[in-house]
Each structure stands twice: as C-alpha cells, then as structure tokens.
Design a protein around this ligand. Structure first.
Ligand SMILES: *[C@@H]1O[C@H](CO)[C@@H](O)[C@H](O)[C@H]1NC(C)=O
Ligand SMILES: *[C@@H]1O[C@H](CO)[C@@H](O)[C@H](O)[C@H]1NC(C)=O
Ligand SMILES: *[C@@H]1O[C@H](CO)[C@@H](O)[C@H](O)[C@H]1NC(C)=O
Length: 368
C-alpha cells in the first residue's frame, strides 16, 4: 500500500524542505479594504468558499497584507485568541493553496488515490479561505489582523502531501480544544466548535477516502489545554523573517520549547511499546536538573498519564519510555513535564509530539 512507500523516501526528503514561492505580498492598501466587514464575499453565503475551482488563491487569501486597526479603543475581549487563530490559519490556508498549485488531479490518481482527491483539496483550500475571513471579522477594529508570512512545507509528492495534511488537520482539532478554553465570549466558543466540526469533516474524508481506515477515534478526541504549544512545532514551517513586521509573534506567547519525537527506527506507537525519545532541534536541547524528576506525559481523549523518565544519564544514554495503556485510536500528544499531569503551562518543558495511532502505519512513517 501507498504508506509503505513513505518509509523508503520520507527520511531523506523531509529534511530538504519543499520550496514553493508564495505569491508576492500585495500592497497593504488593498488588504486594508478588508477592515470593512461588508467588503467581499461572505462565508456561509457565497459558494466561493466551497466550489471555487481556480488555481489562484481565493479571497481573502489573495490579500496577504496586515490589516491595521481602524479604531483606537481598548482591544476586544478575545482579540489575542483570534489573532493566534488567524496567524495559524494563514499557515493552513497556504498549505492547501500550495497543494492546489503544485499538483494536478492526475498526480493523485497516479499515486493510487481516488479521482476526486484534487477536487477535495481544492474545496478544503476554499473552506480555509473562509476561515481567514471569519477570523479577520472576529478581531475587533481596535486590534491588528495579522497578515501572511511565507511558508515551506516538507512535501515532495502527492503521498507526502496528504500525510502532512492529515497531521495538520488532527493537530488543528487538538489545538482548538485548548484555544476554546482561553476564549471568554460564548459566541467565540460557538464559532470555534463549528470550525472544529468542519476540520473534523476534512479529517474524516481523509481517513475514509485517502487512507481507507476506520475514521472513529473513540468516544472523545484528544483535549490539549495549552494551544500555543501546539503551534510551537509548526512555527518551523514559517520562513524565518518572512512575516509582516507588524504581526504579533507567532505563536503569542511562544515558549520556544525544544522539539520532541520518537527516534527514527521506532517500530510501534501502540500502548505498551517502549520508545526512545529524540530531541529534534540540535540548537534547542532540553536542560534536565539533576535533583528533579521528569515525566513523559501523554494526553489522549480527556485523560493524561505521566510516566517517570530517567534523565540522569542523558545525553550519554538515550531516554526511553513505555507508552501507557490508552485506547490506541486517534492521536496521543506526548510532552516532557516536570510535574505529574502538567497542571500549568510552565510544567511542560519539551514538545509536544503528535503520535498518530490511526492509521498506525502513517504514524510511524511520519517519524523522521
Ligand atoms: C472516478 O472514479 C469512480 C469510482 O472509481 C468512477 O466511477 C468514475 O467514473 C471516475 N470518474 C472519472 C472522471 O474518472
Ligand atoms: C533526531 O531528530 C533529528 C532532526 O529531525 C534527526 O536529524 C536525527 O536523525 C534524529 N535522531 C534520531 C536518533 O532519531
Ligand atoms: C491531567 O489529569 C489530572 C487528573 O488526572 C488533572 O488534574 C490535570 O489537570 C490534567 N492536566 C491537564 C494539563 O489537563
């Protein structure tokens, strides 16, 4: 099956990042027109956000500049929350836009995927453009609406593209379970729930149609309470220094936590398996104080389980951990913490790492 091919090629190519020039940013004058909520097509009304078939970016993805505040009162209650979501959405939108530009329908068919795969990628791209507009409108007139940066994603063919899409969708759903906890307004909660439902439809399509797997993830998907930490690993897709200078930092705040992954060669992510940890950023390695205990903490569904790890002999000896007995479905989120259960955001000191259990072969293939 197609996933097997991923093993053979992913490891070398994931490091040589796919480069695709984004279209040049347009003048901020043009983007500034978006400050008017009545400007342009309306998500939920205009079919552009579903059925547009063009290769060029859909509105407002073609207007990449920062939108400056038009008022000077205090920021809206949830402005920072929506700013983080809009900045993350630019990354997701551009991922699908690059896919629409890089591939033709035949590329997916030749790789063994259904003949409507390209159309589905287009439609998801259009939905994501609708999210951009919705999030812009949620940020009050008194706060800046972040513009697009440039992004590089490590895909090199149809298969690796769809693999990354699957992880991005699953991590975005976990992201929203945390983000919703930081929003105050009931209307923000409703909008985030409805967005998560749309992402779930995208993911369910991928699991059924692309990966031919059972789409169910048990009774409850994974809740992760610290949303900016979910964005930390994907910030590496942002080309350094490519963001509009006015944008808030991404994510905001950023803890710049060291990257975490199971080591290359991991044979199984199933509960009970012992995995070796890899700290994936050579210039951003963790510091483990000798007199302190550390844990690998796994989140799945509504639960978290902390497993003690031996950090005393690291880095001379690698750190191993046994994956706890959680239902092997959906995704496990693994972080290193200095306290059982990570009761505060500062108790997380490394990670997160997304352990994709479903489809299991894809989870392993993504370890590079
Ligand atoms: C797409 O695939 C389906 C099912 O495999 C087939 O019935 C249909 O004719 C195909 N359409 C095109 C345009 O190739
Ligand atoms: C750890 O991650 C880095 C960066 O992805 C990679 O180059 C290295 O090969 C990995 N090492 C192991 C043992 O997995
Ligand atoms: C982890 O689970 C414990 C209960 O088992 C809970 O008290 C704690 O808040 C949870 N941690 C997070 C970060 O949700």
């Amino acid at each position: 099956m197609a996933i097997q091919r991923l093993y053979t090629i992913l490891s070398c190519v994931f490091l040589s990042l796919h480069q695709l020039a984004s279209s040049a940013p347009v003048s901020s004058d043009e983007s500034q027109r978006l400050a008017d909520p009545d400007y342009g097509p309306v998500p939920g009304q205009d079919p552009l956000f579903s059925s547009y078939k063009g290769k060029d970016p859909t509105f407002p993805g073609n207007l990449k500049g920062t939108i400056f505040p038009t008022g000077n009162g205090p920021p809206g209650t949830d402005d920072i929350v929506w700013q983080n979501l809009l900045a993350a959405e630019w990354l997701i939108f551009e991922f699908y836009q690059q896919g629409v530009e890089a591939f033709k329908p035949e590329d997916f068919i030749a790789a063994g995927f259904p003949n409507h795969t390209y159309d589905a990628i287009c439609e998801i791209r259009n939905n994501e453009a609708g999210h951009l507009r919705l999030f812009q409108e949620r940020i009050s007139d008194n706060s800046l609406k972040p513009g697009a940066c440039q992004y590089r994603f490590p895909f090199y063919d149809a298969l690796s593209y769809l693999a990354i899409a699957t992880v991005l969708e699953i991590s975005s759903m976990a992201f929203l379970t945390g983000l919703v906890q930081t929003a105050e307004l009931p209307s923000s909660h409703a909008a985030m729930l409805a967005i998560a439902e749309t992402e779930t439809r995208h993911e369910t399509w991928a699991l059924l149609d692309i990966w031919k797997t059972n789409p169910f993830a048990g009774p409850i998907d994974t809740i992760y309470p610290y949303p900016t930490q979910i964005l930390d690993p994907i910030r590496h897709y942002v080309v350094p220094d490519s963001c509009p200078s006015e944008n808030p930092q991404f994510p905001n705040p950023s803890q710049n936590l060291p990257g975490l992954s199971p080591a290359i060669g991991t044979k199984s992510l199933q509960p009970g398996s012992t995995i070796t940890l890899n700290f994936t950023e050579p210039t951003n390695q963790p510091h483990f104080q000798d007199d302190q205990d550390f844990f690998a903490t796994f989140f799945h569904g509504p639960l978290n389980i902390s497993v003690p790890i031996n950090t005393k002999d690291w880095p001379e000896q690698s750190i191993q951990v046994q994956i706890p007995e959680l239902e092997p479905k959906g995704v496990f989120i693994m972080v290193i913490t200095d306290t059982v259960g990570a009761p505060t955001i500062d108790n997380v000191i490394v990670g997160p790492s997304f352990l994709l259990l479903q489809p299991a072969e894809l989870g392993l293939a993504l370890i590079v």
